[in-house]
Structure formats: C-alpha cells, structure tokens
Ligand binder design. Structure first.
Ligand SMILES: O=c1ccn([C@@H]2O[C@H](COP(=O)(O)O)[C@@H](O)[C@H]2O)c(=O)[nH]1
Length: 273
C-alpha cells in the first residue's frame, strides 16, 4: 500500500485507529474454543465488528508463534482475510525483526512476500545493513522502533550517545539510509511529551503509536505533541478493544470501544485540520 492510499483512508474514515490483534486463548470467550480455529474465529469477528473505524490492523507475531503451527495458520488466514475483504486497510506485522543483512532479507520476504503484510516492525540495534534489506520493497513499510512504550525504554533509548539521546540518533541516522522514504517509526503513547522532539527530527514520517488503552497513554496528548497536518499517526490499541468483554457479546463490545476511540480521533481532526 502506498502512503497516499493510507492517507486517503484516514481522511475517508476520519480515523487513525490501528486495532491490535493480540490473541490469547486464555482470554477469548469460552464458546470460541469449540471452533476448529479459535484464533481465526476471534480475529474474523473482531475485524467484522471494527473495520468501519479501523485504518490498520496489527497482529503481534508473538501471539501466533506461541501456538506453533496452528498459530501460524491462524495468522495466515487472518492476513488473507484482510487482504481479500479489506485491501484498503493497512496491515502491520509486529514482529520486531532485524539481523545481519542476508537474514533480514529473508525476514522481509517472509512478511512482505509470503504473508503479504504492508509493513513490519524492525529493531534498529543492528544498524543500517540489518534494516536496508526491508527498505528495498516498493510500497512496503518498515516501522523502526524509536522510543518504545515500556519502562525499559529508559534503560538505553533515552541514554546519551555522543551528546544525543540514543532514540534521536536512531531517528537521525536512519534518515540517511537507502530508501528511507519507506520508514515509519514506533513511538509509545506513554511518552507523548517526547513526540515534540521526535517531530523536530522526522516532521513528516508516520508514527505507529502503541500504548493507548491498557497501557494508559492519552490519545489527546499523543495528538497534541505528535500530529502533523496529514495526521501522521497510527494509534494502536489491542487489549482495550479486543478484550472489552469475554462473553458472547465480545465483538459488539470491541466495536463500542473502537468507535469511542474513532469518535475521539474525529473530534481532534475537526479541531485541528
Ligand atoms: O513500544 C511498543 C512497541 C510495541 N508494542 C506492542 O503494541 C501492542 C500494545 O498492546 P496493548 O494491549 O494495547 O497494550 C502490543 O502488541 C505490544 O507488544 C507496545 O506496546 N509498545
């Protein structure tokens, strides 16, 4: 998907909501466990209930790998379902990959070519030659971890590296890499006030912002500090939407939570754009 197509969808739906598909069989409604593929049955119901207000879906790959071959099958069915029924919706494989170049190239093939995701999250720690193989793919997006939402982000990411916080160095340096136009960045909603500084370095790049909902980040603060004239944000919530209820009404409860977030986004867009 091109960035322009993503922008068009945001304007059309008046939403920049990304729904996280982090399926935990211990948390989904009991009646779904009788289905042949409970993970896919859950995802399909969540997608059917939220696609009118979601511009992106983000399965975190850990939640599929944890179930072995059945998890991978459910992941493939989920991405195939999205690509077939909602080709206009942006898809994110939250896999946090990155390795020496030839290995990264295989990761990129796995998520972009084999599975058919629009984007994948990548860790910057191994540097340029570990990220550039992902950037070679036309109209595919590499979402680089910059400043993550967890407490451990302060262990390294905000520490000084030759006079600059490490996360700023990641942002600046990655802009120099080949095909850097295909980069987006992860910045946690729990650290919204940092977005002002982040925007000074990458004024126009899309940010994937996890941490609204279960982690307590504020949508208003994220927009106050991080929104651009083209929005430039994909705000993710997983648990706050998909586990809004663990009863038979789970899909309508998810719809309600997703619609609440979209209503907040619409109001902010109306005030600012
Ligand atoms: O900095 C980061 C990077 C990734 N994540 C992922 O986003 C979702 C958040 O889920 P919630 O249930 O809405 O908290 C999850 O997949 C994380 O692994 C993040 O939270 N922070």
């Amino acid at each position: 998907m091109t960035t322009q197509e993503l922008l068009d969808q945001i304007r059309h739906k008046r939403s920049f909501l990304c729904v996280g598909l982090d399926v935990d069989l211990r948390k989904i409604p009991g009646h779904l466990l009788e289905e042949e593929d409970p993970i896919f049955a859950f995802n399909k119901a969540i997608i059917d209930a939220t696609h009118h207000v979601a511009v992106a879906y983000k399965p975190n790959i850990a939640f599929y790998e944890a179930y072995g071959i059945k998890g991978w099958e459910a992941l493939r069915k989920t991405i195939d379902y999205l690509n077939k029924n909602h080709p206009d919706i942006f898809t994110i494989a939250d896999a946090k990959r990155g390795d020496i170049g030839n290995t990264s190239a295989m990761y990129a093939r796995a998520f972009f070519e084999d599975l058919g995701f629009d984007s994948v999250t990548v860790a910057p720690y191994m540097g340029k030659d570990s990220v550039e193989p992902f950037l070679e793919f036309e109209d595919k997006h590499t979402i680089l971890l910059a400043l993550t939402s967890n407490q451990g982000a302060f262990d390294f990411q905000t520490k000084d590296s030759e006079g600059r916080e490490l996360y700023k160095r990641v942002l600046e340096t990655s802009r120099e890499w080949k095909n850097s136009k295909n980069l987006m960045y992860v910045a946690g909603a729990t650290k919204a006030e940092y977005l002002t500084d982040i925007r000074k370095i990458i004024p126009d790049s899309f940010l994937l912002v996890p941490g609204v909902g279960a982690q307590g980040g504020s949508l208003e603060d994220v927009c106050k500090y991080g929104m651009t004239k083209d929005i430039g944000l994909l705000v993710n919530s997983a648990r706050g939407i998909i586990y809004a209820s663990n009863g038979k009404d789970f899909a309508s409860a998810a719809r309600e939570e997703a619609e609440k977030l979209q209503a907040g986004m619409n109001a902010i867009m109306r005030q600012n754009i």
